[in-house]
Design a protein around this ligand. Structure first.
Ligand SMILES: [Mg+2]
Length: 121
């Protein structure tokens, strides 16, 4: 079963104020919950976050998902009916992330990074 990684902040959690006080303060991103349910029909899905996975797991459960927390020992994820929450970068065929730069070559990646860092200054 193919695996998809989904970032939490800015992708599932709207994250309109950035890190703020460290709480999960926003509602879900529009379409996020339906998209996760759709993905879970065809893929093993894990939520990849730099937050404590317990905090994210509680929020996802409050929004109707069955979750499992990676205690740090998993090397892959291939279950379909439950969302794994992890702070490890496990293998996946695609990573959905609001801060990603798609790598094609170093020239292109560095050029895109320069454009992004210029915008945020
Ligand atoms: Mg993010």
């Amino acid at each position: 079963m193919p695996t998809i990684a989904v970032d939490f902040d800015g992708v599932i959690h709207a994250y309109s104020k950035g890190w703020h006080d460290g709480t999960i303060y926003d509602p879900p991103m529009p379409g996020a919950l339906d998209a996760l349910r759709t993905l879970m029909r065809d893929y093993a899905v894990f939520v990849h976050t730099s937050r404590n996975p317990i905090q994210v797991s509680i929020w996802l459960r409050e929004h109707g998902f069955k979750t499992r927390i990676d205690g740090g020992l998993l090397t892959f994820w291939n279950e379909r009916d439950v969302l794994l929450v992890t702070w490890n970068k496990l293998p996946a065929i695609a990573y959905i992330d609001d801060r990603g730069i798609r790598f094609e070559s170093w020239d292109q990646a560095l050029a895109e990074l320069r454009a992004v860092t210029k915008e945020s200054r």
